[in-house]
Design a binder for this molecule. Structure first.
Ligand SMILES: Cc1cc2nc3c(=O)[nH]c(=O)nc-3n(C[C@H](O)[C@H](O)[C@H](O)COP(=O)(O)OP(=O)(O)OC[C@H]3O[C@@H](n4cnc5c(N)ncnc54)[C@H](O)[C@@H]3O)c2cc1C
Length: 575
Protein backbone atom coordinates (compact mmCIF):
# COMPACT_ATOMS: atom_id res chain seq x y z
CA UNK A 1 0.00 0.00 0.00
CA UNK A 2 1.28 3.48 -0.82
CA UNK A 3 0.38 6.46 1.38
CA UNK A 4 0.79 9.96 0.00
CA UNK A 5 1.62 12.99 2.20
CA UNK A 6 3.52 16.24 1.76
CA UNK A 7 5.62 15.64 4.85
CA UNK A 8 6.37 12.32 6.56
CA UNK A 9 8.04 12.52 9.96
CA UNK A 10 9.49 9.39 11.54
CA UNK A 11 9.43 9.78 15.32
CA UNK A 12 6.88 11.26 17.71
CA UNK A 13 9.12 12.60 20.47
CA UNK A 14 9.56 16.30 21.19
CA UNK A 15 11.54 16.87 17.97
CA UNK A 16 9.11 15.02 15.69
CA UNK A 17 5.97 16.51 17.23
CA UNK A 18 7.26 20.09 17.23
CA UNK A 19 8.18 19.67 13.56
CA UNK A 20 4.77 18.16 12.81
CA UNK A 21 3.00 21.03 14.53
CA UNK A 22 4.89 23.61 12.46
CA UNK A 23 4.65 21.77 9.13
CA UNK A 24 0.94 21.04 9.59
CA UNK A 25 0.17 24.76 9.69
CA UNK A 26 0.57 24.79 5.89
CA UNK A 27 1.08 21.28 4.49
CA UNK A 28 -0.38 17.79 4.84
CA UNK A 29 1.71 16.13 7.56
CA UNK A 30 1.99 12.55 8.80
CA UNK A 31 3.93 11.12 11.74
CA UNK A 32 5.05 7.49 11.96
CA UNK A 33 6.08 5.98 15.25
CA UNK A 34 6.95 2.51 16.41
CA UNK A 35 5.46 3.31 19.81
CA UNK A 36 2.31 5.28 20.68
CA UNK A 37 3.38 8.97 20.38
CA UNK A 38 3.14 9.78 24.08
CA UNK A 39 5.22 6.71 24.91
CA UNK A 40 8.15 8.17 22.95
CA UNK A 41 11.27 8.38 25.00
CA UNK A 42 10.92 12.16 25.51
CA UNK A 43 8.27 11.29 28.09
CA UNK A 44 11.02 10.30 30.50
CA UNK A 45 12.90 13.63 30.49
CA UNK A 46 12.85 14.58 34.10
CA UNK A 47 14.77 17.60 35.28
CA UNK A 48 14.04 20.46 32.92
CA UNK A 49 14.50 22.34 29.68
CA UNK A 50 17.09 25.10 29.40
CA UNK A 51 16.14 28.68 28.50
CA UNK A 52 17.80 31.84 29.80
CA UNK A 53 14.51 33.48 30.84
CA UNK A 54 16.05 35.14 33.88
CA UNK A 55 12.93 34.50 35.96
CA UNK A 56 14.78 33.78 39.20
CA UNK A 57 17.90 35.92 38.72
CA UNK A 58 19.73 37.71 35.93
CA UNK A 59 20.56 35.52 32.91
CA UNK A 60 21.40 36.02 29.24
CA UNK A 61 21.67 34.04 26.02
CA UNK A 62 25.38 34.97 25.81
CA UNK A 63 26.01 33.20 29.15
CA UNK A 64 23.98 30.21 28.01
CA UNK A 65 25.96 30.15 24.76
CA UNK A 66 29.29 30.27 26.58
CA UNK A 67 28.26 27.39 28.87
CA UNK A 68 27.06 25.31 25.92
CA UNK A 69 30.27 25.93 23.95
CA UNK A 70 32.53 25.19 26.92
CA UNK A 71 30.37 22.32 28.19
CA UNK A 72 30.70 20.69 24.73
CA UNK A 73 34.49 21.03 24.98
CA UNK A 74 34.54 23.39 21.96
CA UNK A 75 33.42 20.74 19.45
CA UNK A 76 29.93 22.20 18.97
CA UNK A 77 29.23 24.43 15.97
CA UNK A 78 28.81 27.87 17.49
CA UNK A 79 26.40 29.12 14.81
CA UNK A 80 24.01 26.28 15.68
CA UNK A 81 24.58 26.76 19.40
CA UNK A 82 23.73 30.46 19.14
CA UNK A 83 20.43 29.63 17.43
CA UNK A 84 19.65 27.17 20.23
CA UNK A 85 20.14 29.63 23.07
CA UNK A 86 18.51 32.61 21.32
CA UNK A 87 15.41 30.71 20.21
CA UNK A 88 15.11 28.84 23.53
CA UNK A 89 13.45 31.83 25.19
CA UNK A 90 10.79 32.16 22.48
CA UNK A 91 10.18 28.42 22.46
CA UNK A 92 9.78 28.21 26.27
CA UNK A 93 7.09 30.92 26.15
CA UNK A 94 5.47 29.34 23.11
CA UNK A 95 5.21 26.04 25.01
CA UNK A 96 3.80 27.90 28.01
CA UNK A 97 1.16 29.50 25.80
CA UNK A 98 0.25 26.12 24.34
CA UNK A 99 -0.53 25.04 27.89
CA UNK A 100 2.63 23.26 29.00
CA UNK A 101 2.19 22.99 32.79
CA UNK A 102 5.56 24.31 33.98
CA UNK A 103 6.18 24.70 37.74
CA UNK A 104 5.72 28.33 38.87
CA UNK A 105 7.41 30.95 41.01
CA UNK A 106 5.41 32.72 43.72
CA UNK A 107 4.69 35.48 41.16
CA UNK A 108 3.34 32.96 38.67
CA UNK A 109 6.32 32.98 36.27
CA UNK A 110 7.91 29.79 34.90
CA UNK A 111 10.08 28.46 37.76
CA UNK A 112 13.74 27.63 37.02
CA UNK A 113 16.33 25.46 38.77
CA UNK A 114 20.08 24.91 38.68
CA UNK A 115 21.61 22.25 36.46
CA UNK A 116 25.19 21.07 35.91
CA UNK A 117 27.25 23.24 33.59
CA UNK A 118 24.82 26.20 33.57
CA UNK A 119 26.43 29.30 35.08
CA UNK A 120 26.07 33.07 35.14
CA UNK A 121 28.66 35.67 34.10
CA UNK A 122 30.56 33.52 31.62
CA UNK A 123 31.27 30.56 33.84
CA UNK A 124 31.10 32.06 37.31
CA UNK A 125 27.53 31.04 38.34
CA UNK A 126 25.65 28.93 39.16
CA UNK A 127 22.41 30.13 37.60
CA UNK A 128 18.83 28.86 37.68
CA UNK A 129 18.14 28.31 33.97
CA UNK A 130 16.25 25.00 33.75
CA UNK A 131 12.49 25.48 33.30
CA UNK A 132 10.77 22.46 34.82
CA UNK A 133 7.48 20.76 35.53
CA UNK A 134 8.43 19.13 38.86
CA UNK A 135 10.57 16.19 37.66
CA UNK A 136 8.24 15.31 34.78
CA UNK A 137 9.32 17.97 32.27
CA UNK A 138 9.42 15.69 29.22
CA UNK A 139 5.97 14.36 30.07
CA UNK A 140 4.59 17.91 30.21
CA UNK A 141 6.25 18.96 26.93
CA UNK A 142 5.36 15.81 24.99
CA UNK A 143 1.70 15.78 25.98
CA UNK A 144 1.35 19.49 25.20
CA UNK A 145 2.79 19.00 21.71
CA UNK A 146 0.76 15.85 21.05
CA UNK A 147 -2.50 17.63 21.93
CA UNK A 148 -1.58 20.51 19.62
CA UNK A 149 -0.80 18.09 16.77
CA UNK A 150 -4.14 16.34 17.25
CA UNK A 151 -5.83 19.74 17.12
CA UNK A 152 -4.04 20.47 13.82
CA UNK A 153 -5.16 17.13 12.31
CA UNK A 154 -1.68 15.73 11.96
CA UNK A 155 -2.12 12.17 10.67
CA UNK A 156 -0.56 9.61 13.04
CA UNK A 157 0.50 6.13 11.94
CA UNK A 158 1.11 4.48 15.27
CA UNK A 159 3.07 1.23 15.63
CA UNK A 160 4.55 1.48 12.16
CA UNK A 161 8.19 0.44 12.13
CA UNK A 162 10.29 2.23 9.51
CA UNK A 163 12.68 -0.18 7.85
CA UNK A 164 14.33 1.79 5.05
CA UNK A 165 14.77 5.21 3.54
CA UNK A 166 13.78 5.62 -0.11
CA UNK A 167 16.59 7.58 -1.65
CA UNK A 168 18.18 7.65 -5.11
CA UNK A 169 20.75 10.02 -6.57
CA UNK A 170 20.74 11.98 -3.30
CA UNK A 171 17.03 12.70 -3.56
CA UNK A 172 14.66 11.32 -0.93
CA UNK A 173 11.14 10.22 -1.87
CA UNK A 174 9.83 8.41 1.21
CA UNK A 175 10.20 5.46 3.56
CA UNK A 176 9.13 1.82 3.80
CA UNK A 177 7.48 0.73 7.03
CA UNK A 178 6.10 -2.45 8.55
CA UNK A 179 2.66 -2.29 10.17
CA UNK A 180 3.43 -3.90 13.51
CA UNK A 181 -0.23 -4.43 14.43
CA UNK A 182 -1.68 -5.93 11.27
CA UNK A 183 1.49 -6.96 9.44
CA UNK A 184 2.37 -5.95 5.88
CA UNK A 185 4.68 -3.45 4.25
CA UNK A 186 3.67 0.13 3.47
CA UNK A 187 5.31 2.80 1.37
CA UNK A 188 5.08 6.41 2.47
CA UNK A 189 5.62 8.72 -0.48
CA UNK A 190 6.39 12.34 0.45
CA UNK A 191 7.90 15.61 -0.71
CA UNK A 192 9.91 15.84 2.50
CA UNK A 193 10.92 13.13 4.99
CA UNK A 194 12.22 13.86 8.47
CA UNK A 195 13.93 11.48 10.91
CA UNK A 196 13.34 12.32 14.58
CA UNK A 197 14.11 8.81 15.71
CA UNK A 198 15.90 9.51 19.00
CA UNK A 199 18.92 7.92 20.69
CA UNK A 200 20.61 4.56 21.11
CA UNK A 201 21.81 3.98 24.70
CA UNK A 202 20.21 0.53 24.72
CA UNK A 203 23.45 -0.72 23.18
CA UNK A 204 24.98 -0.58 26.71
CA UNK A 205 23.96 -2.83 29.58
CA UNK A 206 23.71 -0.04 32.16
CA UNK A 207 21.65 2.72 30.55
CA UNK A 208 18.84 5.19 31.17
CA UNK A 209 16.94 4.63 27.96
CA UNK A 210 13.60 3.12 26.96
CA UNK A 211 13.60 -0.31 25.28
CA UNK A 212 12.77 1.44 22.02
CA UNK A 213 16.02 3.46 21.92
CA UNK A 214 17.94 1.23 19.57
CA UNK A 215 19.27 3.84 17.17
CA UNK A 216 17.15 2.67 14.22
CA UNK A 217 17.21 6.01 12.41
CA UNK A 218 20.99 6.20 12.55
CA UNK A 219 21.41 2.70 11.15
CA UNK A 220 18.83 3.24 8.40
CA UNK A 221 20.79 6.31 7.34
CA UNK A 222 24.05 4.33 7.28
CA UNK A 223 22.34 1.59 5.26
CA UNK A 224 21.20 4.24 2.75
CA UNK A 225 24.82 5.19 2.12
CA UNK A 226 24.83 8.40 4.17
CA UNK A 227 27.29 9.25 6.95
CA UNK A 228 26.83 9.77 10.68
CA UNK A 229 28.61 12.57 12.54
CA UNK A 230 30.64 12.51 15.79
CA UNK A 231 29.38 9.11 16.85
CA UNK A 232 32.31 8.55 19.24
CA UNK A 233 30.78 11.06 21.66
CA UNK A 234 28.49 9.07 23.95
CA UNK A 235 27.30 10.64 27.16
CA UNK A 236 27.40 8.69 30.42
CA UNK A 237 25.07 10.36 32.92
CA UNK A 238 26.71 10.48 36.36
CA UNK A 239 23.72 9.34 38.40
CA UNK A 240 22.17 6.08 37.29
CA UNK A 241 20.52 4.05 40.00
CA UNK A 242 22.74 1.07 40.93
CA UNK A 243 22.70 -1.52 39.39
CA UNK A 244 20.13 -0.94 36.60
CA UNK A 245 21.21 2.56 35.48
CA UNK A 246 17.68 4.02 35.72
CA UNK A 247 18.13 7.79 35.78
CA UNK A 248 18.19 9.96 38.88
CA UNK A 249 17.89 13.42 37.35
CA UNK A 250 20.65 16.00 37.58
CA UNK A 251 17.87 18.15 39.03
CA UNK A 252 18.53 16.21 42.27
CA UNK A 253 22.01 17.77 42.39
CA UNK A 254 20.52 21.04 41.11
CA UNK A 255 18.31 21.06 44.20
CA UNK A 256 21.39 20.54 46.42
CA UNK A 257 22.01 16.78 46.49
CA UNK A 258 25.67 15.72 46.72
CA UNK A 259 27.93 12.74 46.12
CA UNK A 260 30.01 10.87 48.68
CA UNK A 261 32.42 7.91 48.49
CA UNK A 262 33.11 5.01 50.83
CA UNK A 263 35.03 7.35 53.16
CA UNK A 264 31.97 9.61 53.40
CA UNK A 265 33.87 12.36 51.49
CA UNK A 266 32.42 14.73 48.88
CA UNK A 267 35.06 13.57 46.42
CA UNK A 268 34.24 16.20 43.75
CA UNK A 269 36.47 18.50 45.87
CA UNK A 270 39.41 16.67 44.34
CA UNK A 271 38.29 16.78 40.69
CA UNK A 272 36.25 19.99 40.28
CA UNK A 273 36.64 22.12 43.42
CA UNK A 274 34.84 25.21 42.10
CA UNK A 275 31.70 23.73 40.59
CA UNK A 276 31.64 20.42 42.51
CA UNK A 277 28.52 18.33 41.74
CA UNK A 278 27.27 20.96 39.29
CA UNK A 279 30.18 20.46 36.88
CA UNK A 280 29.35 19.14 33.40
CA UNK A 281 28.39 15.48 33.13
CA UNK A 282 31.60 14.21 31.56
CA UNK A 283 33.61 15.59 34.49
CA UNK A 284 31.29 14.18 37.19
CA UNK A 285 30.99 10.76 35.48
CA UNK A 286 34.77 10.39 35.24
CA UNK A 287 35.17 11.43 38.89
CA UNK A 288 32.67 8.80 40.05
CA UNK A 289 34.20 6.11 37.85
CA UNK A 290 37.69 6.94 39.13
CA UNK A 291 36.51 6.61 42.74
CA UNK A 292 34.96 3.24 41.90
CA UNK A 293 38.02 2.04 39.94
CA UNK A 294 40.36 3.05 42.77
CA UNK A 295 38.36 1.12 45.36
CA UNK A 296 36.51 3.99 47.03
CA UNK A 297 33.09 2.87 45.87
CA UNK A 298 30.77 1.99 48.75
CA UNK A 299 32.17 -1.18 50.35
CA UNK A 300 34.62 -1.33 47.41
CA UNK A 301 31.69 -2.04 45.08
CA UNK A 302 30.73 -0.39 41.78
CA UNK A 303 28.77 2.55 43.14
CA UNK A 304 28.94 5.72 45.26
CA UNK A 305 26.24 7.49 47.25
CA UNK A 306 23.98 10.38 46.29
CA UNK A 307 22.83 12.12 49.45
CA UNK A 308 19.47 13.93 49.28
CA UNK A 309 18.52 13.56 52.94
CA UNK A 310 19.41 17.12 53.94
CA UNK A 311 16.90 18.52 51.40
CA UNK A 312 14.09 17.36 53.65
CA UNK A 313 10.86 15.53 52.93
CA UNK A 314 8.90 18.57 51.79
CA UNK A 315 11.41 19.72 49.12
CA UNK A 316 11.91 16.16 47.85
CA UNK A 317 8.17 15.56 47.56
CA UNK A 318 7.50 18.91 45.89
CA UNK A 319 10.42 19.10 43.48
CA UNK A 320 11.53 15.50 42.97
CA UNK A 321 8.42 13.38 43.52
CA UNK A 322 8.94 11.04 40.57
CA UNK A 323 12.59 10.51 41.51
CA UNK A 324 11.56 9.63 45.04
CA UNK A 325 9.11 7.10 43.65
CA UNK A 326 11.57 5.65 41.09
CA UNK A 327 14.24 5.14 43.75
CA UNK A 328 11.71 3.49 46.05
CA UNK A 329 10.34 1.21 43.33
CA UNK A 330 13.64 0.19 41.74
CA UNK A 331 15.84 0.02 44.88
CA UNK A 332 13.46 -0.10 47.83
CA UNK A 333 15.23 2.96 49.25
CA UNK A 334 13.51 6.02 50.74
CA UNK A 335 15.66 8.97 49.60
CA UNK A 336 14.25 11.11 52.40
CA UNK A 337 16.02 8.97 55.00
CA UNK A 338 18.65 6.93 53.12
CA UNK A 339 21.62 7.30 50.78
CA UNK A 340 20.95 6.47 47.12
CA UNK A 341 23.45 4.09 45.39
CA UNK A 342 24.45 5.45 41.96
CA UNK A 343 26.89 4.80 39.09
CA UNK A 344 27.53 6.35 35.64
CA UNK A 345 25.01 5.10 33.08
CA UNK A 346 24.92 5.33 29.29
CA UNK A 347 22.49 8.08 28.43
CA UNK A 348 22.74 10.25 25.35
CA UNK A 349 24.01 10.46 21.78
CA UNK A 350 25.88 13.68 21.03
CA UNK A 351 26.44 12.45 17.47
CA UNK A 352 23.94 11.37 14.86
CA UNK A 353 22.57 12.20 11.42
CA UNK A 354 24.45 15.31 10.21
CA UNK A 355 22.26 18.34 9.42
CA UNK A 356 22.54 22.03 8.73
CA UNK A 357 20.82 24.60 10.97
CA UNK A 358 17.53 24.15 9.10
CA UNK A 359 17.46 20.41 9.67
CA UNK A 360 18.53 19.46 6.12
CA UNK A 361 20.54 16.23 6.20
CA UNK A 362 23.99 16.68 4.67
CA UNK A 363 25.94 13.95 2.92
CA UNK A 364 29.60 14.98 3.03
CA UNK A 365 32.28 17.19 4.55
CA UNK A 366 31.23 20.05 2.24
CA UNK A 367 27.76 19.97 3.83
CA UNK A 368 25.99 19.11 0.56
CA UNK A 369 22.31 18.61 1.42
CA UNK A 370 20.24 15.57 0.46
CA UNK A 371 17.14 16.87 -1.35
CA UNK A 372 13.97 16.32 0.67
CA UNK A 373 15.57 14.66 3.71
CA UNK A 374 15.62 16.29 7.16
CA UNK A 375 16.46 15.30 10.75
CA UNK A 376 16.37 16.75 14.27
CA UNK A 377 16.45 15.72 17.92
CA UNK A 378 18.72 13.26 19.67
CA UNK A 379 19.12 11.17 16.52
CA UNK A 380 20.52 14.16 14.63
CA UNK A 381 23.75 16.13 14.95
CA UNK A 382 23.51 19.81 14.04
CA UNK A 383 25.85 20.01 16.28
CA UNK A 384 24.84 21.92 19.39
CA UNK A 385 26.18 19.59 22.07
CA UNK A 386 29.68 19.12 20.71
CA UNK A 387 31.61 16.55 22.75
CA UNK A 388 29.38 16.69 25.84
CA UNK A 389 25.77 17.82 26.27
CA UNK A 390 24.71 20.05 29.14
CA UNK A 391 21.73 18.82 31.13
CA UNK A 392 18.42 20.34 29.93
CA UNK A 393 19.85 21.32 26.56
CA UNK A 394 18.44 18.24 24.82
CA UNK A 395 14.73 18.80 25.22
CA UNK A 396 15.35 22.40 24.15
CA UNK A 397 17.46 21.25 21.19
CA UNK A 398 14.57 18.95 20.16
CA UNK A 399 12.07 21.82 20.52
CA UNK A 400 14.12 24.54 18.81
CA UNK A 401 15.45 22.38 15.98
CA UNK A 402 12.22 20.39 15.65
CA UNK A 403 10.40 23.68 15.15
CA UNK A 404 12.99 25.01 12.69
CA UNK A 405 12.94 21.75 10.71
CA UNK A 406 9.13 21.73 10.51
CA UNK A 407 9.24 25.28 9.20
CA UNK A 408 12.02 24.47 6.73
CA UNK A 409 10.05 21.52 5.28
CA UNK A 410 6.92 23.67 4.91
CA UNK A 411 9.03 26.34 3.17
CA UNK A 412 10.62 23.75 0.86
CA UNK A 413 7.18 22.57 -0.19
CA UNK A 414 5.77 26.10 -0.36
CA UNK A 415 8.53 26.97 -2.81
CA UNK A 416 7.25 24.30 -5.21
CA UNK A 417 8.93 21.02 -4.24
CA UNK A 418 7.25 18.01 -5.86
CA UNK A 419 7.20 14.36 -4.89
CA UNK A 420 10.09 12.51 -6.41
CA UNK A 421 9.65 9.22 -8.23
CA UNK A 422 9.83 6.21 -5.94
CA UNK A 423 12.70 3.77 -6.56
CA UNK A 424 11.60 0.70 -8.56
CA UNK A 425 12.67 -1.62 -5.74
CA UNK A 426 11.00 0.50 -3.03
CA UNK A 427 9.11 -2.35 -1.38
CA UNK A 428 12.03 -4.76 -1.69
CA UNK A 429 14.10 -2.49 0.53
CA UNK A 430 11.81 -3.38 3.44
CA UNK A 431 10.95 -6.91 2.41
CA UNK A 432 14.40 -8.35 3.09
CA UNK A 433 14.24 -7.15 6.66
CA UNK A 434 10.82 -8.58 7.47
CA UNK A 435 10.29 -11.55 5.17
CA UNK A 436 14.01 -12.30 4.90
CA UNK A 437 14.40 -12.49 8.67
CA UNK A 438 11.22 -14.55 9.07
CA UNK A 439 12.44 -17.05 6.48
CA UNK A 440 16.00 -17.31 7.87
CA UNK A 441 17.13 -20.53 9.52
CA UNK A 442 19.90 -20.50 12.07
CA UNK A 443 21.20 -21.47 15.46
CA UNK A 444 22.05 -18.16 17.12
CA UNK A 445 20.03 -16.57 19.93
CA UNK A 446 19.31 -12.83 19.49
CA UNK A 447 19.14 -12.42 23.28
CA UNK A 448 22.65 -13.84 23.68
CA UNK A 449 24.03 -11.57 20.95
CA UNK A 450 22.36 -8.50 22.46
CA UNK A 451 23.63 -9.35 25.92
CA UNK A 452 27.20 -9.79 24.71
CA UNK A 453 27.02 -6.49 22.82
CA UNK A 454 25.67 -4.60 25.85
CA UNK A 455 28.11 -6.15 28.33
CA UNK A 456 31.17 -5.59 26.17
CA UNK A 457 30.24 -2.02 25.21
CA UNK A 458 30.25 -1.25 28.97
CA UNK A 459 33.73 -2.63 29.44
CA UNK A 460 35.46 -1.66 26.19
CA UNK A 461 33.66 1.52 25.12
CA UNK A 462 32.54 3.22 28.33
CA UNK A 463 33.47 6.26 30.42
CA UNK A 464 37.18 5.49 29.84
CA UNK A 465 38.56 4.15 26.57
CA UNK A 466 41.90 3.01 25.18
CA UNK A 467 43.23 1.59 21.93
CA UNK A 468 43.54 -2.01 23.10
CA UNK A 469 39.95 -2.15 24.38
CA UNK A 470 38.43 -0.36 21.39
CA UNK A 471 40.21 -2.75 19.00
CA UNK A 472 38.94 -5.67 21.01
CA UNK A 473 35.41 -4.26 20.85
CA UNK A 474 35.61 -3.84 17.09
CA UNK A 475 36.47 -7.52 16.75
CA UNK A 476 33.60 -8.46 19.05
CA UNK A 477 31.16 -6.35 17.00
CA UNK A 478 32.33 -7.97 13.76
CA UNK A 479 31.92 -11.43 15.23
CA UNK A 480 28.44 -10.52 16.54
CA UNK A 481 27.50 -9.17 13.10
CA UNK A 482 28.57 -12.56 11.67
CA UNK A 483 26.54 -14.45 14.26
CA UNK A 484 23.53 -12.20 13.57
CA UNK A 485 23.29 -13.76 10.09
CA UNK A 486 22.56 -17.07 11.84
CA UNK A 487 19.64 -15.81 13.91
CA UNK A 488 16.29 -17.52 13.50
CA UNK A 489 13.01 -15.85 14.46
CA UNK A 490 10.93 -18.59 16.13
CA UNK A 491 7.48 -17.06 15.67
CA UNK A 492 6.69 -16.60 11.98
CA UNK A 493 3.55 -14.43 12.11
CA UNK A 494 3.60 -10.75 11.12
CA UNK A 495 1.06 -9.43 13.67
CA UNK A 496 2.61 -8.09 16.87
CA UNK A 497 5.68 -10.17 16.26
CA UNK A 498 7.77 -8.65 19.02
CA UNK A 499 10.42 -11.30 18.52
CA UNK A 500 10.92 -10.10 14.95
CA UNK A 501 10.92 -6.50 16.19
CA UNK A 502 13.70 -7.33 18.68
CA UNK A 503 15.75 -8.93 15.93
CA UNK A 504 15.40 -5.96 13.57
CA UNK A 505 16.38 -3.59 16.37
CA UNK A 506 19.35 -5.77 17.27
CA UNK A 507 20.52 -5.61 13.65
CA UNK A 508 20.32 -1.83 13.80
CA UNK A 509 22.31 -1.71 17.04
CA UNK A 510 25.03 -3.87 15.52
CA UNK A 511 25.33 -1.38 12.65
CA UNK A 512 25.72 2.01 14.32
CA UNK A 513 27.96 0.80 17.19
CA UNK A 514 30.71 0.17 14.68
CA UNK A 515 30.88 3.88 13.85
CA UNK A 516 31.28 4.69 17.57
CA UNK A 517 34.20 2.34 18.01
CA UNK A 518 35.96 3.15 14.74
CA UNK A 519 35.51 6.92 15.23
CA UNK A 520 36.73 6.55 18.82
CA UNK A 521 39.79 4.56 17.80
CA UNK A 522 40.78 7.17 15.25
CA UNK A 523 40.30 10.12 17.64
CA UNK A 524 43.59 10.02 19.53
CA UNK A 525 42.72 12.69 22.07
CA UNK A 526 40.36 13.21 25.04
CA UNK A 527 37.52 15.67 24.54
CA UNK A 528 34.25 15.85 26.45
CA UNK A 529 32.70 12.43 26.86
CA UNK A 530 35.36 10.74 24.69
CA UNK A 531 38.17 10.08 27.19
CA UNK A 532 41.18 8.08 26.03
CA UNK A 533 43.41 6.96 28.90
CA UNK A 534 46.20 6.54 26.32
CA UNK A 535 45.69 10.11 25.02
CA UNK A 536 44.45 12.03 28.09
CA UNK A 537 44.85 15.55 26.66
CA UNK A 538 42.61 17.48 24.28
CA UNK A 539 44.49 18.06 21.03
CA UNK A 540 43.05 21.10 19.26
CA UNK A 541 45.89 21.11 16.72
CA UNK A 542 44.77 17.80 15.23
CA UNK A 543 41.20 17.23 16.43
CA UNK A 544 39.13 20.43 16.32
CA UNK A 545 37.05 18.67 13.68
CA UNK A 546 33.89 16.63 13.31
CA UNK A 547 34.05 12.97 12.37
CA UNK A 548 31.91 11.67 9.50
CA UNK A 549 31.55 7.87 9.27
CA UNK A 550 30.14 5.83 6.37
CA UNK A 551 29.45 2.11 6.29
CA UNK A 552 31.04 0.48 3.24
CA UNK A 553 31.59 -3.12 2.14
CA UNK A 554 35.18 -2.85 3.33
CA UNK A 555 34.28 -1.42 6.76
CA UNK A 556 33.73 2.05 8.19
CA UNK A 557 35.13 4.93 6.13
CA UNK A 558 35.97 8.18 7.96
CA UNK A 559 36.23 11.78 6.86
CA UNK A 560 36.33 15.05 8.79
CA UNK A 561 34.88 18.57 8.59
CA UNK A 562 35.81 21.73 10.47
CA UNK A 563 34.10 22.96 13.63
CA UNK A 564 32.33 26.33 13.26
CA UNK A 565 33.90 28.76 15.73
CA UNK A 566 32.37 32.25 15.97
CA UNK A 567 32.56 33.98 19.37
CA UNK A 568 34.54 31.74 21.70
CA UNK A 569 38.04 30.45 20.92
CA UNK A 570 38.93 27.10 22.53
CA UNK A 571 40.36 27.31 26.03
CA UNK A 572 41.30 24.77 28.67
CA UNK A 573 38.26 23.75 30.77
CA UNK A 574 38.46 23.98 34.56
CA UNK A 575 35.49 23.48 36.88
C1 LIG B 1 15.64 9.21 31.74
C2 LIG B 1 15.96 10.41 30.91
C3 LIG B 1 15.81 11.68 31.42
C4 LIG B 1 16.10 12.80 30.65
N1 LIG B 1 15.94 14.05 31.19
C5 LIG B 1 16.19 15.12 30.42
C6 LIG B 1 15.98 16.43 30.93
O1 LIG B 1 15.57 16.61 32.08
N2 LIG B 1 16.23 17.48 30.12
C7 LIG B 1 16.70 17.32 28.84
O2 LIG B 1 16.89 18.31 28.16
N3 LIG B 1 16.89 16.09 28.33
C8 LIG B 1 16.64 14.99 29.07
N4 LIG B 1 16.83 13.76 28.55
C9 LIG B 1 17.18 13.62 27.12
C10 LIG B 1 15.95 13.85 26.27
O3 LIG B 1 14.81 13.37 26.94
C11 LIG B 1 16.02 13.16 24.92
O4 LIG B 1 17.26 13.40 24.33
C12 LIG B 1 14.93 13.68 23.98
O5 LIG B 1 13.67 13.62 24.62
C13 LIG B 1 14.91 12.92 22.68
O6 LIG B 1 13.76 13.31 21.95
P1 LIG B 1 13.60 12.98 20.42
O7 LIG B 1 12.41 13.75 19.96
O8 LIG B 1 14.87 13.16 19.70
O9 LIG B 1 13.29 11.40 20.38
P2 LIG B 1 12.41 10.42 21.29
O10 LIG B 1 11.55 11.12 22.26
O11 LIG B 1 13.37 9.40 21.81
O12 LIG B 1 11.47 9.76 20.23
C14 LIG B 1 11.96 8.91 19.21
C15 LIG B 1 10.79 8.56 18.31
O13 LIG B 1 11.25 7.86 17.18
C16 LIG B 1 10.41 6.76 16.93
N5 LIG B 1 11.18 5.75 16.19
C17 LIG B 1 12.47 5.38 16.40
N6 LIG B 1 12.80 4.45 15.50
C18 LIG B 1 11.72 4.23 14.73
C19 LIG B 1 11.46 3.38 13.64
N7 LIG B 1 12.36 2.52 13.15
N8 LIG B 1 10.21 3.41 13.09
C20 LIG B 1 9.26 4.24 13.57
N9 LIG B 1 9.46 5.07 14.61
C21 LIG B 1 10.68 5.06 15.16
C22 LIG B 1 9.95 6.31 18.31
O14 LIG B 1 8.76 5.58 18.21
C23 LIG B 1 9.74 7.66 18.97
O15 LIG B 1 8.47 8.17 18.66
C24 LIG B 1 16.56 12.63 29.33
C25 LIG B 1 16.73 11.35 28.82
C26 LIG B 1 16.46 10.26 29.61
C27 LIG B 1 16.73 8.91 29.05
Amino acid sequence: MVHEHDVVIVGAGIAGLYAALEASRSVDTAVLSKVFPTRSHSISAQGGTAAPLGNMEEDSWEWHLYDTVRGGDYLGDQDAQEILVREAVEVAYELEHMGCPFSRTGEGKIAQREFGGHYSNLGKGPVRRACYAADRTGHAMLHTLYEQCVKKDVRFYTEYFVLALLMENNVCSGVVAWDMRKGGLHIFHAKAVMFATGGYARAWKVNTNALSNTGDGMSIVLQAGLPLEDMEFVQFHPTGLYPSGVLVTEGARGEGGYLVNHEGKRFLEKYAPAKMELSPRDVVSRSIQTEINEGRGIGGKGYVHLDLRHLGRQAIMEKLPQIHELILKFSGIDAVTDFVPILPTSHYAMGGIPTDVNGRVVMDAKNTPVTGFYAAGEGACVSVHGANRLGCNSTMDCAVYGRRTGRAMARFIGEGAEKNTLPKDALERGRTKVEGLLAAKGKESPAAIRDELQQTMMVNCGVFREEKLLKKQLEIIKSLQGRYKEVEVGYKGQRFNTELLDVIELGNMLDFVETIVVGGLARTESRGAHYRTDFPKRDDGSWMKHTLAWKTDSGIKLDYKPVVVTRFQPQERKF
